[in-house]
Design a protein around this ligand. Structure first.
Ligand SMILES: O=c1[nH]cnc2c1ncn2[C@H]1C[C@H](O)[C@@H](COP(=O)(O)OP(=O)(O)O)O1
Length: 197
């Protein structure tokens, strides 16, 4: 079983520089819309990967990169044709770092919120322009964040979490959405009812 340990990014980039490093990122936006009468709250972008798992955009970075965020931006251009003049990940968008010693792998995670209009533009551009579309990236997915008003209120989100996730993407999702306040705290707590982080 893979064991993901949280580690500071500084330690990961010094002591474990010789490991493989990957960087992935969460893009999110507030969404005032409704789906079958339920408020959507927000959208988070994930992708269906070539291996059938769900993950975030990003990938392995070159050892020559000064900082993982440079490799991340390059992967975002390849996978979703991200227009870096409009949205670019910066060092300040760093959220979490995990290490898996068995695989000599470090996973850096970033996240930021953007306006909904821009989120939609990124989705459309990815299909038309991304070099890796249909290859590494089989499709973009919006994480369902709507709640029912009664009963099994977080049924949709819990069903989503039953998919297979790449690496520690599920943990990145649950932790990252809290760190960048993707939804208000009360909505976050309801979404996570009965969910193990
Ligand atoms: O979204 C993710 N979150 C955490 N770890 C992930 C995610 N997606 C993949 N991974 C893991 C799986 C692999 O061990 C490495 C490298 O990932 P990948 O994106 O496949 O890298 P390349 O596209 O091959 O450069 O991270």
């Amino acid at each position: 079983m893979e064991k993901f340990e949280e580690i500071s990014q500084t330690e990961a980039l010094s002591k474990y520089k010789h490991y493989k490093h990957a960087a992935h990122a969460m893009l999110a936006a507030d969404d005032p819309g409704t789906t079958f009468g339920c408020k959507r709250n927000a959208v988070i972008m994930m992708q269906m990967r070539f291996d059938g798992c769900i993950g975030f955009v990003g990938g392995l970075i070159d050892p020559e990169d000064d900082n993982p965020v440079d490799g991340l931006n390059r992967e975002c251009v390849e996978e979703i044709a991200l227009d870096l003049d409009k949205v670019k990940f910066e060092k300040e968008n760093f959220l979490l770092c995990h290490i898996v010693h068995d695989y000599k792998l470090v996973l850096h995670f970033y996240g930021k919120k953007i306006p909904l209009k821009l989120f939609y533009e990124i989705e459309k551009r990815a299909v038309l322009e991304a070099e890796e579309w249909g290859n590494e990236t089989l499709g973009l997915i919006r994480v369902p964040l709507s709640l029912f008003e009664q009963g099994d209120i977080n049924k949709r989100f819990k069903a989503f979490l039953k998919h297979n996730f790449a690496g520690n993407a599920k943990r990145q999702l649950l932790t990252g959405m809290k760190m960048i306040n993707v939804v208000p705290e009360d909505v976050y707590n309801k979404l996570l009812q009965g969910v193990d982080i």
